[in-house]
Design a protein around this ligand. Sequence first.
Ligand code: ADP
Ligand code: MG
Length: 243
Amino acid sequence: MLTIEKLNKSFDNNQVLKEINLTFQPGETTVILGPSGSGKSTLLRAIDLLETPDSGTIKIDQDHLSFPQKLSFRQLKEYRGHFSIVFQAYNLFPHLTVIQNVMEGPTQVKKVSKEQAREQAEKLLTTVGLLDKAKERPKQLSGGQMQRVAIARALAMEPEFMLYDEPTSALDPELAQEVLQVIKDLAESGNGQIVVTHHLEFARKVADRIVFLEAGQVTFDGSSQAFFESDNLRIQRYLQQFL
Ligand code: ADP
Ligand code: MG
């Protein structure tokens, strides 16, 4: 379980996260919605410590962080092992083949043997439907395929939570759907996931829970059904812009 309490983050005088309290259960998919600039990316980045929170606590397993906190390189690496983050732009290594991209983290960071990493990578490429592309280079793939490789690569690190920051926003609708389908399949097989997206249909169908962020504050945290049936005017206004 991942527990965030009273988390705050400012950039200069701009307080971007305000007293965030959230709990994420293992194996659940949470979708984070909210207007542009509400702090969604900063929240994901703070969870992965790509941004350092100013105050508050984050607890996951044995790791209890209380900010401000100094972490050694080793502690940071260990903490980050709980998460894998997939960004909008698939940043695959261009000089490596698809399967080498997926094997890179396990062999380089986790010191897994090549044979074992290859076996795992083949399984993961099967999961994202791209085993037949194993020997191609990223530039031979479509954007949707690249993003699916990025997901396989992130999964190879065996995180407790996959974090996705608008993973489909650089893709055409059709390619976006194939990526969303992979995330849906992963949700159904019980992966812990935190997904920032604007795809409301996806949120409605896949989210075990929805968190709504507005100006750095959590203003809704509950079931997908409760969210879409909410009579809160700001939530309704947010939903209406996608109709
Ligand atoms: P969202 O992902 O919901 O669109 P962000 O988390 O990207 O929102 O941004 C929230 C606010 O924080 C915005 O006002 C943005 O300009 C600001 N912000 C984000 N990252 C930085 C940064 N590295 N330096 C300064 N301001 C930032
Ligand atoms: Mg963002």
